[in-house]
Design a protein around this ligand. Structure first.
Ligand SMILES: Cc1ncc(COP(=O)(O)O)c(C=O)c1O
Length: 396
């Protein structure tokens, strides 16, 4: 390996959200606990990004920033080389994050009382984007086959034909179930949405985090008709561990939708802009960090394999769902028979492990854990040892 995926920095008491969250959750003596929760990586930032930021700090004034033609070219070239998508620079608007971007889409394109479809269980802020803005949740539960999750197309058709339905927020790849939707699946989704005039907001923040053997299709790349009826939300943040720089790229190929979205953005902030370091980091990532990413994906895939093998050997009652994309492994722990609240306690207090509890993604997630495996392999080995010791006491 050319890059270092073993070195870690102390993040506790440094304002790192993932680590501070444990204290806020009431976990005592957090020094020895390992968090596998919030979706950022424990790996150090790629050196090419660090160098680009140092150059910026050495040479520039930290004034207001805007995108440059070079920045936009780096973003579009990345889309072309990694996802074979011919995106155009003028389609791109920037937001401070993808969560901001889908909240803004809800405000821009729907009104109170309108229905928004979510495929659940799903990334929890999507629920908030619907319910906190007075929109109606049209729940389209995924089908759990026991080994993977599938879209319930009949139910989607029913929900999309509800006269209130105005928008689908698609999570692609899907957090937390780890699916990379195939081109066929996305085409079926798109056809239903076109038929019922439902706008697609495709959150593709995990589009770079695709495991071997799977292919991510950008929703807007499927056909012109879909491109004209969607927003594609992306960011380099998950991929290169730069979420703290809060720079996202929102692609809106349809000029009318783009203008409507920009008007909505400007209502809250008359001059929407991101910060200069975020732009520089994104440009450096997309120009120079392809090799880093390929190595990173192989480390994540190795971690996945270690956990899967361990569970089938030691705790075959635990179902580990296939990780097609993201670095968030989805495990059904119900077979342990511990009870989901008790399992949360056992993990935190006895095993000293902190996961994102499955129930925060919806009631279908009760008894599941979402395990962020973007960390050095030694964290994974350490966690498995602790699990074995802690769980064995509770299993008859
Ligand atoms: C599907 C999805 N969207 C958005 C985000 C967060 O986006 P941001 O930090 O850019 O607001 C996450 C983080 O885990 C996510 O999984």
């Amino acid at each position: 390996m050319k890059y270092d995926f073993e070195t870690t920095h102390k993040r506790f008491h440094t304002g790192a959200f993932k680590w501070e969250q444990m204290t806020r959750a009431g976990v005592q003596d957090t020094e020895d606990i390992i968090p596998f929760s919030v979706a950022d990586m424990e790996f150090v930032t790629p050196p090419e990004i660090v160098e680009a930021l140092k150059r910026e700090l050495d040479s520039s004034v930290m004034g207001y920033a805007d995108t440059t033609p070079e920045y936009l070219d780096a973003v579009c070239s990345w889309m072309k080389t990694r996802r074979n998508w011919d995106a155009r620079p003028e389609w791109i608007l920037n937001t401070h994050g993808v969560v901001d971007a889908f909240f803004e889409a809800v405000r821009a394109f729907t009104r109170e009382g309108d229905g928004i479809i979510l495929m659940t269980p799903v990334y929890y802020p999507m629920y908030t984007a619907v319910t906190s803005t007075g929109r109606i949740l049209l729940d389209n539960p995924l089908i759990n086959t026991g080994t993977c999750y599938e879209i319930d197309f009949d139910d989607l058709e029913r929900k999309a034909s509800d006269p209130r339905a105005k928008m689908l927020i698609l999570c692609s790849p899907h957090n937390p179930v780890g699916r990379v939707w195939t081109r066929d699946e996305l085409t079926r989704v798109g056809n239903i949405c076109m038929k019922h005039n439902v706008l697609v907001v495709s959150d593709e923040i995990h589009f770079d985090l695709i495991m071997p053997g799977h292919v991510h299709t950008v929703y807007a790349s499927i056909c012109e008709e879909f491109a004209q009826n969607c927003l594609v939300l992306t960011a380099p943040s998950k991929t290169f561990n730069i979420a703290g720089l809060q720079t996202s790229n929102v692609f809106i190929p349809n000029p009318e939708l783009r203008s409507q979205y920009l008007t909505a953005l400007k209502l809250r902030n008359p001059q929407p802009k991101c910060n200069i370091l975020g732009y520089r980091a994104c440009e450096a990532a997309y120009r120079f960090c392809g090799e880093w990413l390929d190595e990173c994906l192989s480390v994540i895939d190795g971690n996945r394999r270690v956990i899967t093998d361990f569970m089938s050997r030691e705790f075959p009652q635990v179902k580990v769902y296939d990780l097609e994309g993201t670095y968030l492994l989805w495990l059904d722990m119900n077979g342990l028979g511990i009870g989901y609240k008790e399992l949360e306690r056992v993990n935190r207090e006895e095993a000293r492990l902190f996961f994102d509890e499955g129930y925060v993604f919806g009631s279908q997630g009760e008894g599941f854990e979402r395990w962020n495996i973007a960390c050095p392999a030694r964290y994974i080995h350490g966690a498995l040892g602790r699990m074995k010791e802690a769980y064995t006491k509770y299993i008859r």
